[in-house]
Design a protein around this ligand. Structure first.
Ligand code: ZN
Length: 90
């Protein structure tokens, strides 16, 4: 797996960590500390989504998720050239 694909995995993992923290805080929202955690998780989710969408395809250099008709942040193929994300170590 190349450095670029590892970078994509890190970006996705950060998004899921923020989503999990937000969901946990929302489920247990009974104290001020958890509401602060929920707010931080929300900011983290937005930041992680923006960072994820800025990922550039290692094959074509264009934005991996963005097309003229929208964005799919969970796509496994480049929206421009169709290059598939490498998931296994090479
Ligand atoms: Zn591409």
């Amino acid at each position: 797996m190349t450095k670029e694909w590892r970078d994509l995995r890190v970006r996705r993992a950060l998004l899921f960590v923020c989503l999990a923290a937000g969901a946990l805080a929302a489920l247990l929202l009974r104290s001020t500390a958890l509401s602060v955690l929920a707010e931080l998780a929300l900011v983290g989710i937005v930041a992680a989504l923006v960072w994820l969408q800025m990922f550039r395809c290692p094959a074509c250099g264009e934005r991996f998720f963005k097309r003229f008709d929208g964005v799919n942040p969970f796509a496994r193929k480049c929206a421009r050239c169709g290059a598939e994300q490498q998931v296994a170590a090479e």
